[in-house]
Design a protein around this ligand. Structure first.
Ligand code: SF4
Length: 379
């Protein structure tokens, strides 16, 4: 059986205003405590798997800012993983990085540890917009990081770009999109800025200090960006993901297609053996729980109905959609029985979706309103 491994590296050099991921400010002593606890977690979690049945196909280190990591400690953890579980010869190994903390030494160090897919959180090439988000890198850092990725001969790497930034105009986004296309990364993730509850950005919006872009402008930006990436020969395989041939993110496809994944580190989520669980999003509790020999897990009790709805929701974000056969194999019930067929007909007639012998998928137009369509299709 295949398994994807996720590691949440919970440290950053600062706190970006829009970010609601779990993180702490980076301190070497805290990082050492984290890796000590991670070692215990990795041994406990991998030894709980049925022996000899899993092979790790993908590793993804996210965060946080994994490019801040102590490479020696990361190398020891990888050595431990390889001693406890079989790792595929065709491993996809992704690591998120922030441009300001990418150097030749860091990227070459990652490569020596087997990383074959660095990801660069560029977000924008506009200095003023980066400042608005409290990002600490500048456009030169981004260019330098991508130059290093090419110089070190990574065949596969990706960039993240955000649209819908406060005060961003269509022209500003077009400048960002054009720069990304000129740099020709094999993979692009293209997300709309979300104002998440509890973030400094949400407080600034509530106080009227920052005005988010309107929904019409955001939709126009999304349409424009997607069509520019398509013209540049990228294949869109998920609503926000564009890849050159053979460069789709296999790790994320595991999540979207219902595969098994084990998450390690604070706040990481897992789906293993039909059980879902999440680690506590608190480094102190994570460390003390593991020091007492306990996995710091909260079990997700959601039932089969909710899982089927989630599978449809995630599947509709993929351009290939959901096949009848895969849904039947996973849940033992026909996909049609989980859908409001009247709504399906309406959206099929308006060319927003296709429901045929293969399965259900959204058209380009349908993808533009995936949330609305999903809401109306589910019972
Ligand atoms: S660097 Fe990434 S994880 Fe860290 S605060 Fe910024 S957006 Fe969040």
């Amino acid at each position: 059986m295949t398994l994807s491994l996720y590691l949440h590296y919970p440290f950053c050099a600062n706190r970006c205003s829009y970010c609601d991921f779990y993180k702490e400010l980076h301190e070497p002593a805290l990082e050492k405590a984290f890796y000590r606890a991670l070692t215990i977690e990795t041994e406990l979690a991998l030894n709980q798997l049925p022996p000899g049945q899993h092979e790790v196909q993908t590793i993804f280190i996210g965060g946080g800012t994994p490019s801040l990591t102590n490479l020696g400690l990361l190398g020891e953890w990888l050595h431990l993983v390889r001693s406890l579980i079989k790792v595929s010869d065709w491993l996809e190994f992704s690591v998120e990085t922030n441009p300001e903390s990418v150097s030749h030494e860091v990227l070459a160090g990652f490569k020596a540890l087997g990383v074959n897919r660095p990801l660069f959180g560029i977000q924008s090439f506009n200095q003023a917009q980066l400042r608005l988000l409290d990002r600490i890198h500048n456009p030169d850092d981004s260019h330098r990081a991508l130059y290093l990725a090419r110089a070190l001969r990574f065949d596969n790497y990706g960039v993240d770009l955000i649209f819908g930034l406060p005060s961003q105009t269509g022209q500003m986004l077009a400048d960002d999109v054009n720069q990304v296309i000129d740099l020709a990364p094999p993979h692009i993730s293209f997300y709309q800025l979300a104002v998440e509850e509890g973030t400094p950005l949400a407080a600034q919006v509530a106080a009227g200090e920052i005005e988010p872009v309107g929904s019409d402008l955001a939709a126009m930006m999304f349409r424009e960006g997607c069509s520019r990436f398509r013209e540049a020969d990228y294949t869109r395989y998920e609503i926000s993901s564009f890849a050159m041939p053979g460069c789709q993110c296999r790790h994320n496809l595991t999540y979207w297609q219902g595969g098994e994944y084990l998450g390690l580190g604070p706040s990481a989520h897992s789906f293993v053996g039909d059980r879902r669980f999440a680690n506590q999003a608190n480094l102190g509790e994570y460390v003390s729980s593991l020091e007492m020999g306990q996995l710091p897990r909260l079990v997700d009790e959601s039932g089969e109905e909710q899982r089927m709805n989630e599978a449809i929701m995630l599947g509709l974000r993929l351009t290939e959609g959901i096949t009848h056969s895969s849904f039947l194999r996973r849940f033992g019930v026909a996909l049609d029985t989980r859908l409001d067929m009247k709504q399906c007909e309406i959206f099929a007639k308006s060319d927003h979706l296709v429901l045929d012998d293969a399965g259900l998928r959204l058209t380009e137009e349908g993808l533009m309103m995936v949330d609305e369509i999903t809401r109306r299709l589910l019972p």
